[in-house]
Design a protein. Sequence first.
Length: 110
Amino acid sequence: MSRAPARLCREADFARICRRGKKKVTVNLVIYYFFTTPTTPLRLGLVVSKKISRSAVVRNLYRRRLLAAWRKVILSNTGFDIVVVAKPSATIPSEEELLEQFRQWHLNIK
C-alpha cells in the first residue's frame, strides 16, 4: 500500500494556502493549491465541516472517501500544499465521483 501524503495540521497553513494559493471549484469540492519547492513532499489538508452533516459518522465517511480517491490520483506528486474543502450537497458523493473531480483538477494544473 502506498504511503499517505503528509498532513496539513496548523490553522496558519490552511489560511496561507487558501489566501495565497490558486482555487479550483468542482461540483462537490473546492480545491486550493499552493506551489512550493519541487523537493518538498506533498501536504494535504481535508476540511469536512458540520455543514455537510451534524453526524460525525457521516463526516468521517466523506473524509475516508476523499482520501481513498486522492490516493488513486495524485499521491506521487511533490511540490504542492493542497486544501480540499467539501461542499454541502443533498447526498454524499461516491468515491468514483470524487475521483473524477480530482482527475479534472489534476489535468488542469499540468
